[in-house]
Design a protein around this ligand. Structure first.
Ligand code: SAM
Length: 269
């Protein structure tokens, strides 16, 4: 695995289990997630009626958009976080098959797919095990369409324009007589590169044929809301005032950030 240990992968999945409802609320408020999902789906033709894989399907956003656009398709959603799966089942009912696997266990599905999608999640995965796993279930000529946040792709790392959103939390904390917040450590995932992905893909039969970097303007509040989904966020502050501090920081927050995402398409050869 990249620089992720096995227990860290478990931690990542548990963290998404814990914030599943907060995440579902977030994607309802911030259209960037829907836009990312819709752009992934652009690669399949209008009359698509095949079997699609929604890898790391979360609460079912991609599967839902796919079925709205292609009602004759069938979808298997793979998601290792239990609460995410529960919310996906609530959103989609029996329209999709929902499976509990990680990205490197897809061979256990015993299925072949005509398209595979993975939105807002590839940066959380180990590409060395995920790409062969995806390749093992894709029909020849089919496409794996994925995206990842630019902060985890070498060519996009510097594109993000950063307003220091933590200053607004510090201002809010000061109003509640609290010390400034702890600056979180950098996340554990590795920076991916097209060169490395091409190399791994070449070995397992996934040809990287398209790479697009998209930048989106977004209010700085987004960063606070994203960070606040995590139950460890502001854990140094008493629980009773944590929500008040976050609400106040959101009121104080000004500015617009630029967030980049990277869209990658692989063909099974
Ligand atoms: C930001 S959410 C994205 C969910 C969904 N694709 C969407 O667009 O709303 C990230 C998801 O990746 C899942 N995930 C994290 N690590 C994973 C892994 N190794 N294999 C499969 N899924 C994983 C998490 O459980 C979480 O549901």
């Amino acid at each position: 695995m990249n620089n992720l240990t096995e227990s860290t992968e478990e931690d990542v999945i548990r963290s998404w289990h814990d914030r599943a409802q907060a995440y579902d609320n977030l994607i309802g408020r911030w259209p960037i997630f829907t836009s990312m999902a819709d752009r992934l789906l652009e690669c399949i033709f209008e009359e698509f009626n095949g079997h699609a894989l929604d890898l790391a399907g979360g609460t079912g956003l991609v599967a839902e958009r796919l079925l709205n656009k292609h009602p004759k398709a069938s979808v298997t959603l793979v998601e290792p976080a239990a609460e995410m799966r529960a919310l996906a089942a609530r959103r989609l009912g029996d329209q999709v098959e929902i499976k509990d696997f990680t990205s490197d266990e897809l061979d256990k599905l015993d299925a072949v797919f005509d398209a595979a999608f993975c939105s807002a999640s590839f940066h959380l995965m180990n590409e060395k095990t995920t790409l062969p796993s995806v390749a093992s279930v894709l029909r020849q000529g089919s496409v794996f369409s994925t995206n990842l946040w630019g902060h985890s792709f070498d060519e996009a790392v510097d594109l993000n324009q950063k307003v220091d959103w933590m200053q607004f939390l510090d201002e809010a904390l000061a109003e509640f007589d609290q010390p400034p917040m702890h600056r979180p450590k950098n996340p554990a995932y590795s920076i991916k590169s097209a060169k490395e992905l091409r190399k791994i893909g070449a070995v397992c039969g996934l040809h990287l044929f398209e790479k697009k970097i998209v930048t989106t303007e977004i209010e700085t509040q987004f960063n606070i809301e994203f960070a606040a989904m995590n139950s460890n966020f502001l854990s140094q502050v008493e629980t009773e005032i944590r929500t008040l501090v976050i609400d106040r920081a959101l009121q104080l927050c000004r500015g617009v950030d630029i967030i980049s995402s990277v869209e990658l398409k692989f063909e099974k050869i």
